[in-house]
Each structure stands twice: as structure tokens, then as C-alpha cells.
Design a protein around this ligand. Sequence first.
Ligand SMILES: Cc1cc2nc3c(=O)[nH]c(=O)nc-3n(C[C@H](O)[C@H](O)[C@H](O)COP(=O)(O)O)c2cc1C
Ligand code: SF4
Length: 486
Amino acid sequence: MIPIHRDLAAHSFYHLEHVGLQGKSCQGLACFLAREADPARWAKLAHDPAPVYCLGQCYQAPASHGNTTPPYCEVHAEETVLLGNVLAGGVRHLEHYQAGGGGAGLRQALALGPQAVLQALDASGLRGRGGAGYPTGAKWRKVAQHDTTRKYVVANADEGDPGAFSDRMLMEADPFRLIEAMLIAGVTVGATHGIIYLRQEYDGAAAVLRDALAQAYSAGWLGQRVAGSAHCFDLELVVGHGSYLCGEETAMLNAIEGRRPEARLRPPQITDHGLQGVPTLVNNVETLCAIPWIMQHGAARYAALGTDGSTGTKLLSLSSLFRRPGLYEVEFGISLRTIVEMLGQGVRRGKLTGLMVGGPLAGLLPPSQFDTLLDYSAMQAAGGAVGHGGVLAVTDATSIAELVAHVFRFGALESCGKCTPCHLGSPELARMATQAAAGQRGDGQRWRALVEALAATSLCGHGRGLAEFAQSIARHYPEELASCFI
Ligand SMILES: Cc1cc2nc3c(=O)[nH]c(=O)nc-3n(C[C@H](O)[C@H](O)[C@H](O)COP(=O)(O)O)c2cc1C
Ligand code: SF4
């Protein structure tokens, strides 16, 4: 990549720059919902000038940095697409990865050539797992069609959604799968350079990836003549400095370029004009990690899993309030009730009042909606989203007003400030919700007007997501919301 010096204006953006993670406790949503397990620690966190929102340990919330106990893992699908090496305890040496069949997907992609790989991705029905669910084959084709010498492939490893730890586990336990997927992406779309953009909070994953990249270079997997082919591909790791918004792909590209990580106006789409102005493919870690399996076992076998519009498997991160929290690979089409009762085995204390699937911006679904199937369309129709697959149990230990206040305080802190409805609206909504949680009823008309403005005029998915969360509360918890406002 052409080196760019870090813009001075970028420094003030990050809340973890020059701040170590040592001794930090997490203030993410899963830890907030589990705060009654350690109320004294939670009370102290209110004064932390550099808060950490999600350490990716939501299965053992309230969480602190340095606890490396892995989550319970289980597969609930006809085929194990993603978690094989995670269940084996991790594969961190390239020879072991290859001995277990790793590399077959890359060999198949090199043998097939770009057009056939793109057709296979279309046929697999794979959709992006980073939140938006965009068809992966269509996105790769948009980058591949550009006849330019410089293009980039970027893995979005920011996993900022509080409640999700699936990408962390994939990177820590199966780093070569991600590298193999990025090589397949590079040779298919015609990019010779890739970047893994990783959040600072995942220092364990950073260490594993650095070592894996070094192994891949010395074995000739990366660099000139990739795996003995005519292609060359360089891959580097870029570590962030603490910002949820850097998970939004245009903000992430600005961050990599050394600019303030504010969301960019679209069009142009980044598949045409992305990193340093050239066509760029951005995919989430979990999306990428499914691709070696699809190449090795065939698109039809992948498409046979799940439902018609939501094929394949999805990783779900179940939070600590479940009796059996952990990382689950499931087929699309499983019901929320099965997730709660069979996988999570119910909640360990209190009464379950709702389920947040897919992070804080994805909405809250009450028990009356638990027959909804995990499927992109079905979740959307119910007022939720598949999102990134974090599954947070909300219990009666947290009132709806307290939950809304926490989500909006998080949303306001992470707003990039580029557009007014989110820059000014989210702190005002956070203030109103915080007052309501403290028993002071606010102006309901003003609340609704601000939420409407956020939904209709926000520049990126952060503001729109906050509005969708507020709208799902209005739809499913009207009485609780009415009690907050006059
Ligand atoms: C506020 C915000 C935060 C996001 N955070 C992430 C993230 O942490 N990881 C991720 O893969 N995608 C995240 N996304 C989605 C990305 O912008 C992008 O759609 C995704 O990385 C594309 O990859 P996919 O097609 O494989 O899903 C976020 C989007 C928004 C609006
Ligand atoms: S919606 Fe919020 S995060 Fe997105 S561009 Fe506007 S201010 Fe930035």
C-alpha cells in the first residue's frame, strides 16, 4: 500500500490511542446486562475516561481484559463449515492446517479461474455476515470487473458489535482460513494487496495473526507466486485504536488511510472507488471464512444448508446470561425459541424479557416473537435483524428505559460526528433516555421527532441503526416506552 502519514486530526478521534488494555473492564452491552453479577465494579466503570466497549468475552460477562478462557463451542448444523478447527482447539501452524485439508479451497480456486469462482459464490447464496447481508458473489464481481492494476481486498475484523465474539474466535483459532480466503479473493478479483483491519481490543488475535502471516510468507503462500501460481499477493495487518465506527466500511478505509474515520458519502461505492481511490473489496471475517469450504466442497452443498434466501450456516455468540453461553454454528432457519431453550438452555437468573440478535442497533424482540426463524427476511419482518449474530438475553434485571439509555449513550459516544441528526441527535436522545431511566419523564413528541430525523437523514448505518433500535422498542414495548414520556 502507498504509505500515508497519519493526519493529525485523526488522533483525537480514538478513545484507546495510547491507552493500554491492562486492567480494563468491559462496558459493552453484554456486560451492562450482566452488571448485577458485580455491581461495585460496574459503578467504578462510570468514571473510566477511556471506556472499552466490548472485549469480545460476552460469554463470561462482566468481563475484564486478560481472561483468556475460551467459550463453549457447539455445531448445530448438518455440516460444520466454520467451527471445525475451533472445536479442535485451534490450528495455528500452517503445516497442521494443510494436513487437515487447509489449502484445498485455494487450489480449487486457482484451478477454476475467476469466472468460475464468481459463479460458485453466486450459486452458494452466501451473503455478507458483517450486518447488511449483501450477496457476496455480486460484490466480488463488481470489483473483478474493473480493469485496473491496483485494487485492494480488506477483511473487516473490527467486530465492534457488543455481544459478538465469533470473528475473534475464528482469528485466534483458525487464522489460516482467513488468510486462505483473502488469497482466494485476491486472485479472483485481481487484487495484489490485502489488509486485515483488526480492532485494538483483540490483542490476542493480533498476536496469532502476526505469527500466521509470518508463517504464510516463509512457506510461499504470500508474496510472489502465491502457492506456486503466477499470482502475487501481499497481506498486512492494521490494528485500530478503539472506535466502533471503524467497523463501518467507509470509516474503516479512512482509518487505514490515516484520516479521521468518518463515514464517507456514497456514491461512489467502494467497489469502484475505495481505499486510496481504487476498487476495493471489503468483507467480514466470517463471510470470508466460509469461502475456502465452499471452494473445497462445492456451492451446491453449501446452498443445501439453511433456507432459500439465507443459505449456509451462521455463527451465534450467546451471552453470559444464558445458562449455556458460548459460540454456536447453526443453520439458518432455526427459531429464536430453539436458540434460547435448546442452545442457551434458558437464562441463569431473572425473567427473560427480550432478545437482541445482531448487536445494539438490531432491535429487541420480545418472547411473543420467539417463533421467528433466523433468516434475513423473517428477522427483518419481525423488526429485528440477523446482524452480526450476537445473541443477548435481556432480563427483568434491566428495565427497558435503562437498556435504551445504555444503547444511546454508546451510540452517542461512537457517533463520528459527520452528520447532524446523529452528531447532535444521538446525545440528546441519550440524555432523554438517561433521565427517563432515572424516573424523570420526558417529552414524547420530541423523542419521536428526533428518532424520525435520525432514521430519515443519517448518513450511515450507525444513525439509522440507532433509530431502528428505538423503533423496535416502540413497536414491541409500547407500554414501557409510554411510561418514559408524557
Ligand atoms: C456502525 C457500523 C458498524 C459496523 N461494524 C462492522 C464490524 O465490526 N464488522 C463488520 O464486518 N462489518 C461491520 N459493519 C458493516 C460494514 O460496513 C460492511 O457492510 C461489511 O464489513 C461488509 O462485509 P460483508 O459483506 O462480508 O458483510 C458495520 C456497519 C455499520 C453501519
Ligand atoms: S450517522 Fe452518525 S456515525 Fe454515521 S455519518 Fe452520521 S454522525 Fe457519523
